[in-house]
Write a protein that binds this ligand. Structure first.
Ligand code: UD1
Length: 311
């Protein structure tokens, strides 16, 4: 049994990661300030005697260090973040505090309290608007948002700390993650969470552009499994890996699955393409398989059906 500390524990990816760690028999310490995370996401975890929860802000002086020194985890999974690309553009200072400074605090807390492993929530946003597919880990990094630059800077901070002080660091470059508990609140939320909410409410959805744009949509269950592997596998070495499926799915295909589940729903509308949208995104999954033994298992069709049926 490992002791794993999860920052951003009440978030979309965080809460699924906590649940999976507990199911695998690990002891979990969670931290969240409920800025974007929700207590309801931790309903199952809070009932477990193997879960302890701390409410607090990762970027606040002393908070991380206090929890880490009191709990002495074997690994930290650092998922707390400003999660919206859009918000990183309207509030670059907050992006810096939550997505860069907090990473440094995690690295320092690990160094000072002998935590040997850090798993970090990176993003395909570090690649920017790539033109060669699939995107490999060696593909040029050209972030086009403060969010993407912060994720790239954080990878460098952690890997440098790891090399200097003997910590194992795994940077997980998530592609388009979807599944239960993703917040659909903003027009810039993940498209699948928006569609799910609107179909549930009996409303029609709008496709920006012709719907032929594709993404490498990965189920949050697969992402949580990748996090657990990276944090608890006995032998992993430091490095970066795309966490993706290697399969491209178009928005029209996504709509097709919803339409089968909601035959009475209003027909979808087409809107103008969204400014700054990329047409395609597709990751190469082979490196994660070699480095972590991770392969995505949930198809988009299965993942969508599960999301649609979930409460
Ligand atoms: C992601 C970011 C976005 C950022 C972009 C940079 C998330 C959730 N989104 O977008 O903030 O600007 O990377 O490349 O992190 N769509 C619709 N109808 C809707 C909502 C979205 O057709 O109601 C379309 C979008 O225009 C896009 C596709 O769905 O073509 C996917 O959108 P989204 O889920 O936001 O993912 P990314 O485009 O990868």
């Amino acid at each position: 049994m490992a002791h794993v500390f999860v920052t951003g524990a009440a978030g979309f990816i965080g809460s699924h990661t906590v649940d999976r760690l507990l199911a695998a028999g690990h002891a979990v310490i969670g931290l969240d300030n409920f800025r974007t995370g929700r207590r309801a996401n931790l309903a199952a975890a809070l009932a477990s005697p193997h879960f302890s929860f701390h409410e607090g802000d990762v970027s606040a002086p002393g908070t991380l260090a206090e929890v880490v020194s009191a709990t002495k985890p074997d690994a930290i999974i650092h998922l707390a973040a400003l999660v919206s690309v859009q918000e990183s553009m309207t509030n670059p200072d907050l992006n810096y505090a939550l997505n860069i400074h907090a990473t440094h605090l995690v690295a320092e807390a690990a160094r000072l309290h002998a935590v040997h492993r850090i798993v970090f929530a990176s993003s395909a946003a570090i690649y920017g608007d790539a033109s060669d597919f699939p995107i490999r880990e060696s593909t040029d990094k050209k972030p086009i948002s403060p969010y993407g630059s912060a994720k790239l800077a954080s990878e460098a901070l952690l890997l440098g700390h790891g090399a200097a002080f003997g910590l194992t660091v795994r940077c997980q470059r998530y592609f388009n993650v979807f599944g239960p508990r993703q917040d659909p609140a903003s027009p810039y939320s993940g498209v699948i969470s928006i569609f799910d909410r609107r179909y549930r409410d009996g409303k029609g959805v709008t496709i920006y552009g012709d719907g032929q744009q594709t993404r490498d949509f990965i189920s949050v269950h697969d992402v949580a499994r990748a996090n657990v592997l990276a944090a608890t596998a006995p032998t992993v070495s430091s490095g970066v890996a795309n966490i993706c499926t290697g399969r491209a799915t178009s928005l029209l295909e996504v709509i097709g699955v919803f339409a089968r589940h909601y035959p009475q729903a209003p027909a979808f509308l087409h809107g103008a393409p969204r400014t700054g949208d990329i047409l395609h995104s597709l990751g190469a999954p082979e490196h994660a398989a070699a480095a972590l033994g991770f392969r995505a298992e949930v198809s988009v069709e299965e993942g969508l059906s599960e999301l649609i049926r979930s409460g």
